[in-house]
Design a protein around this ligand. Structure first.
Ligand SMILES: Nc1ncnc2c1ncn2[C@@H]1O[C@H](COP(=O)(O)OP(=O)(O)OP(=O)(O)O)[C@@H](O)[C@H]1O
Length: 348
């Protein structure tokens, strides 16, 4: 078993320059039939119950789920930090559990945020030490270190010990240290945790740039839906050890986009009309005002005209119908609390 320390400090590369990976449509990460049971007998916990997915190169994939959903177990299995009960994981075609050292040349990880770094050392010393650990002569690598310091706007703090930095600055140092190892695949656990709005926004841009310009593949976990929405090409949502949704962010938003409408009608909704509506649609938050009544109707895309027709047949005068576009926060909540959505949102 390889420890987390070894993964973060793999030293098998002679030079910092990442060999250019041949262009290919093959997935760079494949996870097949992954299962993990912790403990035995009555104490056994089925943390991951048969998970399959592929990740295409140069994409950013988010993994989401409530606490205990199994995300860390999946990520640690990919990183060969734990041995799964069954299933296989390959990175760039290499089985991570059979050939861990070769797989580590392909991947870097920031698992515990700022705790990765050496707090007594300065920012620059941290980057130098991570460079040395990666098998590089940091003196020859100073251009890359300068670049990372500039990219993460750490210039003013480069000679400050990490322990004296703010939480956000520590997070940036940690990420920069992960980037010193110039690997094809990068795993980031809660990369924006504790960052202020502005720093989080900049970091999100940086994460996007990693895929778009540096050709890296990023798998990140986050509870911050803005990060997911802004940065990820695709999102995998886990619940109780299983994948319940796996699709592009755009598709997930589109799927939920047309499902909720806010309707305002003139006057009151009489009992007969209400019964008629409720037999066809889910009505929520009915609110009677002095002159109007407002309610939300949950429908599928094609039923929009049915909704209008039903209202007209009921003799109701429609003031307005507004598409309630859910934010990703709400989509995540709906998906992870209502299993009935799950079947429709897995991409092939
Ligand atoms: N070492 C362990 N021994 C026993 N059970 C474990 C161990 N690690 C995790 N589990 C259990 O496995 C399940 C999945 O845990 P995991 O850490 O993978 O979830 P997660 O989605 O990463 O959660 P979080 O968002 O809280 O980090 C949980 O029920 C957890 O209690």
């Amino acid at each position: 078993m390889v420890t987390e320390e070894q993964l973060l400090s793999d030293h098998s590369q002679d030079s910092l320059q990442r060999p250019v990976r041949e262009q290919s449509d093959d997935p760079i990460v494949t996870v097949s039939g992954l299962e993990k049971v912790y403990g035995k007998g009555d104490d056994a916990v089925e943390a991951v119950k048969g998970v399959d997915f592929d990740i295409q190169p140069e994409t950013v994939v988010g993994i989401l789920g409530h606490n205990g959903a199994g995300k860390t177990t999946v990520i640690k299995s990919i990183l060969a930090l734990i041995v799964p009960t069954s299933g296989t994981v390959t990175v760039d075609g290499i089985d991570v559990h059979e050939n861990t050292s070769a797989a580590y040349e392909k991947m870097g990880a920031m698992l515990e945020g700022a705790r990765n770094t050496y707090w007594r050392l300065t920012v620059r010393e941290n980057l130098e030490i991570f460079s040395v650990i990666a098998g590089n002569d940091y003196r020859k690598n100073s251009a890359r270190i300068d670049e990372l310091i500039a990219q993460f706007k750490l210039g003013e703090k480069e000679d400050t010990p990490v322990r004296e930095l703010s939480r956000g600055q520590k997070q940036k140092v940690s990420l920069a240290c992960t980037m010193v190892r110039d690997t094809d695949v990068v795993f980031l656990d809660e990369p924006t945790l504790g960052l202020d709005v502005e720093s989080s926004r900049k970091l999100r841009r940086e994460l996007r740039r990693l895929a778009d310009h540096d050709g890296r593949t990023v798998l990140l976990s986050s509870h911050d839906m803005d990060v997911i929405e802004d940065v990820c090409d695709r999102v995998i949502i886990m619940n109780q050890g299983r994948i319940i949704a796996d699709d592009t962010v755009d598709n997930l938003i589109e799927l939920f986009n047309t499902q909720m409408y806010e309707v305002v009608i003139e006057g009151r909704l009489d009992a007969g009309s209400r019964r008629q509506l409720e037999s066809n649609f889910v009505l929520k938050n009915v609110e009677e005002r002095p002159e109007t009544t407002k309610f939300e109707a949950q429908i599928t895309g094609e039923e929009f005209y049915n909704l209008v027709g039903t209202l007209e047949r009921a003799g109701v005068t429609i003031d307005s119908i507004t598409d309630l576009e859910p934010d990703f926060d709400e989509i995540f909540l709906r998906l992870s609390t209502d299993r009935s959505h799950a079947e429709g949102v897995k991409h092939s």
